[in-house]
Design a protein around this ligand. Structure first.
Ligand SMILES: C[S@@+](CC[C@H](N)C(=O)[O-])C[C@H]1O[C@@H](n2cnc3c(N)ncnc32)[C@H](O)[C@@H]1O
Length: 309
C-alpha cells in the first residue's frame, strides 16, 4: 500500500518578493535611465525585468538613438532652444526614450532647453503620452493630435524645427514628414519609412504603357514586384528629393529591426552651405527618374517643378 507523504511547505526563495537589484535588472540599462518609463512602455515587466523580445526592442531603440544623439548634441550646441518633431509617434517609444537618454542621462543636471514634439493622429495615444509625460515630469515634451500635414502649418509648433524623425510613419506620412522638414528648415531628418502604396499604384496604372516603351518595365511587371519595386523606388525618390533640397543623405540599415522589409534608415543633414552644383544635379536626376518610370504625376509629391510641356 502506498502512503502519501504530507506536502512540505515550499521554502521561500532567497530574495523573493524583493525588487531585483539594479545591477541584476539588466546591464543594458544606463545609469539614471527611468525604470518607470520602461515599465510604462512595457519594455520592462512590472518586476523590472526584460524578456527576450523587449531586450531586442530596447537594443533597437538604442541603435536608432546612437544616430540621433550626435544630431541633438550638434543642435543643442548651436541653439539655446532646439526642437525635435517625431511624426507618426504612436505610443511615442522613440520620443520618450530619446528624451530620457538625452536630457536625463547624457545631460543630467545640465541646463538644456530643447523640446520634443510627438505628432500623432490617434487621439487616445496622444492623451496617454501626455499623461505619461506629466507623471514622469518630462516637461519639455508636447504631444499634438495632428496629422503630419496639419502639423506643417499648425501654430502649436514653432516656425523652425531642427530635427525631424519619422519611425514607420504609415504610407505617405513619411513623405509628409519630409515636406514638414523642408518647410521648417530642419537641419536633420531621420526617417525609417513604412510601406508606401502610392508609387506602386502609379506604376501599376501605367504598366502596359511602360512595357511597350522599355524592357526595364519588366522590373515591375508582376504584382509582387510592382509592390517591392514601388517601395524601393519611393525611397530612392525621397533621397533624391532631399538631395535636391541641399541635404546630404546616407542610407543604412536599422539592424535587427523586426520588420525586415521596413528597416531602411534614411539620414539626411543640411549643411550650412549646401553644394549648389550637387543640388541642381539631384533636381535634374529626380525629374529624369520620374519621367523614365512614368511617374510624372507624382512630381508634386516629390516637390519638383513640372517641366513646361
Ligand atoms: C506603425 S505606427 C509607428 C509608431 C511609432 N513611430 C513606432 O515606431 O513605434 C504608425 C503611427 O503613425 C500614425 N499615423 C499614420 N499616418 C499619420 C499621419 N498622416 N499623421 C500623423 N500620424 C500618422 C498612426 O496612427 C500610427 O500610430
Amino acid at each position: 500500500m502506498q502512503t502519501t507523504r504530507p506536502a512540505r511547505a515550499a521554502k521561500p526563495l532567497k530574495g523573493a518578493g524583493k525588487p531585483a537589484p539594479a545591477t541584476q535588472v539588466i546591464e543594458e540599462l544606463r545609469p539614471g535611465q527611468s525604470i518607470e518609463l520602461l515599465k510604462e512602455l512595457h519594455i520592462l515587466t512590472r518586476e523590472g525585468k526584460l524578456n527576450q523580445d523587449t531586450r531586442r526592442k530596447l537594443k533597437q531603440v538604442y541603435h536608432l538613438y546612437q544616430f540621433i544623439e550626435p544630431l541633438l548634441n550638434e543642435v543643442a550646441a548651436e541653439k539655446a532652444v532646439f526642437t525635435l518633431a517625431d511624426h507618426g509617434a504612436g505610443k511615442s517609444y522613440l520620443g520618450f526614450i530619446l528624451y530620457d537618454l538625452f536630457f536625463n542621462v547624457a545631460h543630467a543636471g545640465e541646463p538644456m532647453a530643447g523640446h520634443v514634439y510627438g505628432i500623432e493622429t490617434r487621439a487616445e495615444l496622444v492623451e496617454k503620452s501626455r499623461t505619461l509625460a506629466a507623471r514622469l515630469g518630462f516637461a519639455r515634451m508636447s504631444f499634438l493630435n495632428l496629422s503630419v500635414q496639419e502639423a506643417t502649418t499648425s501654430a502649436e509648433l514653432p516656425p523652425t524645427v531642427d530635427i525631424v524623425t519619422a519611425l514607420h510613419a504609415c504610407d505617405t506620412a513619411t513623405d509628409d514628414a519630409i515636406a514638414f522638414g523642408l518647410a521648417k528648415g530642419a537641419r536633420h531628418m531621420v526617417l525609417v519609412p513604412c510601406c508606401q502604396a502610392e508609387v506602386a499604384g502609379v506604376l501599376k496604372k501605367s504598366r502596359a504603357l511602360s512595357l511597350a516603351k522599355t524592357p526595364l518595365a519588366e522590373l515591375w511587371r508582376h504584382p509582387l514586384h510592382t509592390r517591392e519595386f514601388g517601395s524601393q523606388i519611393t525611397n530612392v525618390l525621397r533621397c533624391l528629393q532631399l538631395e535636391a533640397n541641399g541635404y546630404q543623405v546616407t542610407v543604412t540599415e536599422l539592424v535587427g529591426w523586426e520588420h525586415s522589409m521596413k528597416n531602411e534608415l534614411i539620414l539626411a543633414s543640411r549643411p550650412a552651405q549646401p553644394n549648389a552644383g550637387k543640388t541642381r544635379a539631384a533636381q535634374a536626376r529626380l525629374r529624369e527618374v520620374l519621367a523614365e518610370l512614368g511617374l510624372g504625376e507624382l512630381t508634386a509629391r516629390f516637390a519638383v517643378q513640372a517641366e513646361p510641356a
